[in-house]
Design a protein around this ligand. Structure first.
Ligand SMILES: [Zn+2]
Length: 256
């Protein structure tokens, strides 16, 4: 397993900085939109999530491969399964430790999805101490909001401890790194093909930059975890992404 070099001057307290940030005093997710009372003007704002906005800016003309269209009747069930896995992870790592469950659908611990178990294995293997799941953040610079799948620490209590953001990917497309039509992305990313892998990395970059530029908080690591069945997973470090090199430019364009 390839491990990313741990930075010597990290920021292991990023989560605490985030929890105490003034933006987090009045921020809500209503299931569709993000509601935010800004400490800057005291006004309530209602903003959309980042996914549609990223698509509109960077890959509005993306066409999923034909094979996926043929299997389109499976799409809704794939999304349901993704929601279920996110819900189960939230329940296991937030509801249970806090002894407080507000899940709208019941989570049966005896019936955890095999992909949820893959996530639990990743958390153990990578020595992650979760501090929050499904955690809402907003971005006054872009007028959008998002929910971080998991934030926490790695190697907690050790000299090399660091802060981490984890994003779960549950829909396992076979050609997730290919675009059969060789379509390119837009907004300064024209040298990259429009693939699900790049779309996922882009979403991670926007989330990372929201924290850095809107909040002034820099996390040490962002890890994208592709969850497979049978307690298997595959990891991508955002820092290894070619897209990551121009992350300031990407966020700037996203905010325009
Ligand atoms: Zn719960």
């Amino acid at each position: 397993m390839q491990r990313y070099l741990v930075p010597k001057q990290g920021n292991p307290d990023a989560c605490q900085q985030l929890f105490q940030h003034p933006f987090q005093k009045q921020v809500l997710f209503d299931g569709t939109c993000f509601l935010f009372q800004s400490p800057l003007d005291q006004k309530w704002h209602k903003w959309p999530g980042i996914t549609g906005c990223i698509e509109k800016k960077f890959f509005f003309d993306y066409r999923a491969p034909t094979g996926h269209e043929l299997a389109s009747h499976k799409t809704s069930s794939t999304k349901d399964e993704g929601d279920r896995i996110h819900r189960q992870i939230h329940h296991v790592y937030t509801c249970i430790p806090r002894e407080e469950c507000q899940c709208t659908k019941r989570v049966h611990l005896s019936r955890l999805s095999s992909r949820t178990k893959s996530a639990m294995k990743f958390i153990k293997d990578f020595d992650v101490e979760p501090n929050a799941t499904e955690y809402t953040i907003i971005s006054p610079a872009s007028h959008t909001g998002t929910r971080l799948d998991m934030i926490g620490k790695r190697f907690s209590g050790q000299s090399n401890q660091l802060s981490v953001i984890v994003s779960w990917k549950t829909g396992y497309a076979i050609d997730y790194d290919k675009n059969p039509l060789h379509q390119k992305m837009h907004g300064g990313l024209e040298e990259y093909e429009s693939t699900p892998q790049h779309h996922n990395q882009l979403q991670s970059i926007i989330e990372y930059q929201m924290l850095k530029q809107d909040y002034g908080i820099q996390f040490d690591e962002y890890i994208i975890v592709y969850l497979d069945k049978d307690v298997k997973y595959r990891v991508e470090y955002l820092k290894d992404s070619a897209l990551f090199r121009d992350k300031d430019g990407i966020f700037q364009y996203y905010c325009t």
